[in-house]
Design a protein around this ligand. Structure first.
Ligand code: ATP
Length: 501
């Protein structure tokens, strides 16, 4: 893509899509607020997902579980002991970093003598080099050997560093070691439930929505008349105390997930087909709401990256302006979770297959998608610049299904009572069904530009011919800028075809 994250962040702020949280108090790292347009976009994305994976299928049902579960949940699921990232502290600045995002490299002179170590804090090349150069400059100032260093870096993850190597990383000011050894940092937010505030009252904000599904497996099974294979879907907030929240809403500390646990019979020959089907369906869904296909990719987890209990996991990736990153994961998790909760709770979470008369703990396929991350990918997919009538315009080519505003109604002039009231009548009729925008001020071209910039797919203009001649209006298409003239009473059915499909 030929635009930067700064442009996306600034557009989102300017047009009321996304604001930094608590901005009047200088913000709060890792938290964001969705403005008037952002919350529409978000709602449309969630609705589209729910329609695609829940209401349009007979084999998936919904759930809305509590955010705080009995803390025993997180012991059984493995999160209390294992949901952590490696972290290092900088003793000097007191800043904390994720060790797997921190690299260091020796800085050497022409005689191959190590002058010091440079540390950088990004895994994207461009940023790494930029930071490294600055680090080296600072380092050389303190070592008083400017000019002698050659820029030969071979960066190594701090995770892989030995204690000896860590000790050699000098602080620019003092020459003393700045970084602690990496250690595990649990990402779950803790809180206290009830009036007593001791260890027994410690509870956690859920770091994923999935566990609420497993806890309710039996409840849903016995009340929904579903038979395996079937799925339970949930959309909701999740919280992670990320060490380094970054890249806008890509990695935040409070976010939303859309997850399904799809329960299947056990067997090594069973899961691959279901796993493939969920990958195909996930891809189809993403394309159906306007994700750019040329920016999508796949990442099959292997070796260390694959959780020990999982049979397979494949990410769908997206090329964000800061690099290709995970958008969602589709995992075949075996029966790990239900087994863990059976052991932890002492309640059986098995399934009786009436046909085969077999009893088993179901296995599951888990597609897990972040709402906010998807929104960022959709905004990146939709962002475009072109020229109309010799004038530059920036636009968001949102699919009509997710566009925050579907239609803008524009009376050609605002001082002609008859014309304005006809336009107003149309506006009132349309907004019963869709989120619409009334815009009566400024030249018509400027009003089109405003609509383009927030991704409104259709602009309807009521002009003098509408009231004096043909009772028709023009509908302008955002992407092609082409206009069609349509009788007033056909507007709803025309738009319905375009917006609702
Ligand atoms: P990462 O390795 O990037 O931390 P993860 O592999 O831990 O992510 P999962 O636990 O698989 O992520 O979470 C499933 C999905 O939830 C992710 O694909 C992403 O869309 C979303 N997600 C996870 N963490 C965050 C976050 N901090 N901010 C926004 N979305 C997130």
């Amino acid at each position: 893509v030929n635009y930067s994250m700064e442009e996306i962040v600034s557009l989102c702020k300017r047009r009321g899509i996304i604001f930094p949280s608590s901005e009047i108090y200088n913000g709060y790292a890792g938290f964001y607020d969705y403005g008037p347009l952002g919350c529409e976009l978000k709602k449309n994305v969630k609705d589209a997902w729910w329609r695609f994976f829940v209401t349009s299928r007979e084999d998936v049902v919904g759930l809305d579980s509590s955010i705080i579960h009995n803390p025993a949940t997180w012991k059984s699921s493995g999160h209390v002991d294992g949901f952590s990232d490696p972290m290092v502290d900088c003793k000097e600045t007191k800043l904390r970093f994720r060790a797997d995002q921190l690299f260091f490299s020796p800085v050497i002179n022409e005689q191959n003598e190590i002058l010091g170590y440079a540390c950088v804090q990004e895994n994207t090349d461009e940023q790494m080099v930029k930071d490294a150069k600055k680090q080296v400059k600072d380092l050389l100032k303190t070592l008083d050997k400017a000019g002698e260093a050659i820029q030969a870096f071979s960066f190594k993850e701090v995770n892989e560093a030995t204690e000896e190597e860590m000790k050699q990383i000098p602080s620019p000011a003092s020459g003393k070691p700045t970084l602690t050894m990496p250690r595990a940092f649990n990402l779950m937010f803790q809180t206290q439930v009830g009036a007593l505030s001791d260890e027994s009252s410690t509870a956690y904000l859920r770091p994923e929505t999935a566990q609420g599904i497993f806890l309710n497996f039996k409840n849903v099974l016995t009340t929904s008349r579903q038979k395996i294979p079937f799925g339970i879907a949930q959309i909701g907030k999740a919280f992670r105390n990320e060490i380094t929240p970054r890249n806008f809403i890509f990695r935040s500390r409070e976010f939303e997930q859309m997850e399904v646990e799809y329960f299947i019979p056990p067997g090594d020959d069973v899961w691959p087909e279901f796993h493939q089907k969920w990958m195909d369906d996930s891809r189809e869904f993403l394309l159906s709401i306007g994700l750019r296909e040329d920016l999508m990719g796949w990442d099959v987890h292997k070796g260390d990256k694959l959780a020990h209990y999982a049979q397979a996991c494949t990410d769908i990736t997206f090329k964000f302006p800061f690099g290709e990153q995970e958008l969602m994961g589709i995992a075949a998790r075996g029966n790990y979770d239900l087994t863990q909760h059976t052991e932890g709770s002492g309640k059986s979470l098995d399934y009786f297959d009436e046909q085969t008369k077999e009893k088993y703990i179901p296995h599951c396929i888990e597609p897990s998608l972040g709402v906010d991350r998807l929104m960022l990918a959709l905004i990146c997919s939709a962002y475009a610049e072109d020229e109309v009538g010799g004038e530059k315009r920036s636009l968001l080519k949102f699919d009509p299904k997710v566009a925050p505003i579907k239609v803008a109604v524009l009376p050609l002039v605002k001082n002609k009572e008859a014309l304005v009231s006809v336009a107003r009548e149309l506006f009132d009729k349309l907004r019963v069904r869709w989120n619409c925008q009334w815009d009566a001020t400024g030249a018509i071209g400027r009003r089109y530009r405003r609509a383009d910039e927030v991704g409104t797919p259709f602009c309807i203009t009521v002009d003098f011919d509408t009231i004096e001649k043909d009772n028709s209006v023009t509908i302008r298409d955002r992407d092609t800028t082409e206009q069609v003239r349509i009788p007033m009473d056909e507007v709803v059915s025309y738009l319905s075809k375009q917006i609702d499909g």
